[in-house]
Design a protein around this ligand. Structure first.
Ligand code: AMP
Length: 571
């Protein structure tokens, strides 16, 4: 493998994780030394101390809200050391799908290095199991046009910040992450056009494609659902060597014209392959005969897309990508052979300082008086909320994610992503997380599967306009389910929330019957478009699983597209 010695990278990782506790102390020391002059730390009275004990006693646990004033001063151009010793060059915009509002977080060279280290590490482990040959990758990646903050700092998604960085490009070359599409497609102004061209480039380089990638599984599924609609047009373009008029962006047309030439044989071959498939099963390996795997984040809120992805993937392995956020990276997938449902992420102890709030105790579950433990003090099988201290100016920052410790790699924990901590559905004593909603929808999905129907996407809200309040679940479904099946689905959804608070409230009618609202086909596409309009890129998009009152636009889209409504009779 050119540019990267996988054995060396693995050895490095093994050495780093031998004494993760010590590496954590050193990492905290480095973070606090580099940023000791920052106003935020100065005000907390650390006075140059860098040990974990002083750090924990002086620095409070915070959320994004607590830091907003500091972050905005940086974004507005205040050049003084506010959160970090060195100035922050860029800001990342988180997807904002969970809170309905995009968060601004600092991005700097150190985060860039962390990203490369994570990618290198998981690549080395992946490549040991599934070696890639020389070739290209088909990547459904999209970059937003980076904006500027009031103070002139670059502001884009974390991925945009990466794509535009030359160090990143070089680093990626070494791990064969070269995309078969030209940059103009990745940076294209319109996502639909870019997606179409990604598919076209994939077909043109079909023999060379070594793997298929997107940041989140959702965008891979979206890409191949789109393929089902446009495949004949793609074949026409290949046959004639001329790009469809649906692509209008001049930069994209120009770049694609350099790749396209009339190839009737290739067009016929693809046509034949697609026509021979049964309901598109195994589409990906059929199109890309040398692909070794499909790669992207497939855990957490991406799990609902796995069924469809497996369908397109046929026998091709699915490999879940690493665990990170706009705020910073956390852990790499070093067990690539595990299926996504079992994927774990080994924390890299030198990319940040990590603490964990135990959640298996009721008082702490209720957010009171959290007592975080260190990276090497976590226990197998327990759930924790993760707290990060990064090289980019976030100290003891609550990410809001819940993880479970699945085991250890040497002395660093291997985490399983559980869910976002926020309870998304709660009326009185009931507590349901995104995971609970997902499980309930999965149960209803089984009833639909018996009818050969699928759930395309789903969301929910709490409706307090009725007395008592009740849960509303929105489903977008393929085909036309019968009334009977939909009624059964509605009861099944209601019964599948097994949280004791919910069940007892339903029994005494302190929570009303669950309402199923089936939305028209294309409704979730409208939600995606809405987020794109706000500047999110498709590869960062996560469907909001619960739509709070703050997210009125999405609520409006859902509520205006209801085709059918059912109320549960389960209780
Ligand atoms: P963003 O806020 O757009 O930066 O997205 C980061 C969030 O995506 C994290 O806080 C997680 O909730 C989720 N996420 C990131 N990586 C993974 C992963 N490997 N598995 C599950 N969820 C993930």
């Amino acid at each position: 493998m050119e540019g990267i010695n996988t054995d060396e990278v693995i050895e490095e990782f093994e050495a780093l994780t031998k004494d993760a506790g010590m590496v954590q102390r050193e990492t905290l020391e480095r973070i606090l030394e580099e940023n000791g002059s920052a106003e935020y730390l100065q005000n907390l009275g650390l006075n140059g101390r860098t040990d974990p004990e002083s750090f924990k006693s002086c620095v409070p646990l915070v959320t994004h809200k607590d830091l907003e004033a500091y972050i905005y001063r940086i974004a507005d151009g205040d050049p003084s050391p506010i959160l970090t010793g060195k100035p922050i060059p860029n800001m990342s915009l988180s997807s904002g799908t969970t809170q309905g509002r995009r968060k601004l977080v600092p991005f700097n060279d150190e985060l860039m290095e962390n990203t490369l280290q994570i990618y290198r590490t998981s690549f080395a482990f992946r490549n040991r199991e599934f070696p890639l040959e020389k070739g290209k990758s088909l990547q459904f990646v999209y970059s937003s046009t980076p904006g500027k903050t009031k103070g002139g700092l670059g502001a884009g998604t974390a991925t945009t910040n990466l794509f535009r960085n030359s160090k990143y490009k070089n680093g990626m070359k070494a791990i064969q992450f070269q995309c078969c599409s030209p940059d103009e497609v990745i940076f294209g102004p319109d996502f639909h056009q870019s997606l179409y061209c990604h598919l076209l480039c994939g077909l043109l380089f079909r023999e060379e494609i070594q793997f298929v990638f997107s940041t989140f599984a959702h965008s891979i599924v979206l890409a191949f659902r789109t393929f089902e609609q446009v495949w004949q047009e793609l074949c026409d373009d290949i046959r004639d060597g001329e790009l469809s008029s649906r692509v209008t962006a001049p930069s994209v047309r120009m770049a694609m014209s350099k790749l396209l030439k009339p190839s009737p044989e290739l067009a016929d071959l693809i046509y034949k392959k697609c026509s021979g498939l049964s309901n598109w099963y195994g589409l990906i390996p059929e199109l890309f005969p040398n692909a070794k795997y499909i790669y992207g984040i497939m855990t957490g809120s991406m799990e609902p897309y796995l069924k469809k992805l497996r369908h397109y993937a046929g026998e091709l392995p699915l490999m879940s990508a690493d665990y990170g956020t706009s705020e910073g990276w956390i852990a790499a997938n070093v067990n690539p052979k595990l299926p996504p449902e079992l994927a774990t992420f080994a924390v890299l102890p030198n990319i940040g300082y990590f603490e964990f709030i135990p959640l298996n105790n009721d008082a702490e579950r209720l957010y009171m008086d959290p007592k975080p433990v260190g990276l090497t003090e976590v226990k197998i099988g327990e759930d924790y909320e993760i707290i990060v201290t990064t090289f980019a100016g976030l100290y003891r920052y609550r990410l809001g994610d819940v993880v479970r410790v699945a085991g250890f790699h040497n002395s660093t924990p291997e985490l399983k992503f559980v869910c976002r901590r926020n309870l998304i559905l709660s009326i009185n004593i009931d507590k349901n997380t995104e995971k609970d909603l997902q499980l309930s929808v999965e149960e209803a999905g089984k009833l639909l599967a018996e009818e050969k129907l699928e759930i395309i996407d789903f969301s929910s809200l709490v409706d307090l306009s009725t007395d008592p309040g009740h849960y509303v679940i929105f489903l977008e479904i393929t085909g036309e389910p019968s009334e009977e099946v939909l009624k059964e689905c509605c009861d099944c959804l209601d019964r599948s929330f097994v949280d004791a608070g919910y069940v007892s409230s339903r029994k005494v009618k302190a929570i009303g019957p669950l309402e199923l609202r089936v939305v028209w086909r294309g409704t979730f596409q409208k939600i995606l478009e809405h987020y794109l309009g706000l500047g999110t890129v498709v590869s960062q998009f996560k469907t909001p699983r619960c739509v709070g009152p703050m997210n009125s636009k999405v609520q409006q889209i859902l509520c205006n597209n209801v085709a059918k409504t059912y109320f549960s009779t389960a209780f």
